[in-house]
Design a protein around this ligand. Structure first.
Ligand SMILES: Nc1ncnc2c1ncn2[C@@H]1O[C@H](COP(=O)(O)OP(=O)(O)OP(=O)(O)O)[C@@H](O)[C@H]1O
Ligand SMILES: [Mg+2]
Length: 68
């Protein structure tokens, strides 16, 4: 890679929008639980994308159901 060329990989930040891939079923389930007012806890090893999943799911929910 040439110096100063933009790095295509994301480090040190939550994955969001175009950087967020997959997690289709997890995202759908989390959104269903949250919109049904079910308290939900995610359990996984560190750095497996928990915060990014929650951020993405809540962003989508807020857009889809602004009154939630
Ligand atoms: N869905 C995703 N698509 C692409 N990259 C992802 C995704 N989820 C996470 N990542 C990558 O993994 C990194 C860690 O994600 P994140 O901070 O969401 O994990 P975490 O489980 O909350 O970590 P921590 O244990 O530090 O709280 C992100 O910076 C990003 O590079
Ligand atoms: Mg986290």
């Amino acid at each position: 890679m040439k110096p100063f060329q933009k790095c295509p990989f994301l480090f040190g930040r939550l994955a969001a929008r175009d950087n967020f891939i997959d997690r289709i079923e997890d995202r759908a389930l989390l959104k269903q639980l949250l919109s049904s007012h079910v308290n939900t806890m995610l359990v996984s090893p560190r750095r497996w994308g928990n915060s990014s999943l929650v951020r993405m799911a809540t962003d989508e929910l807020c857009t889809e159901q602004p009154d939630l």
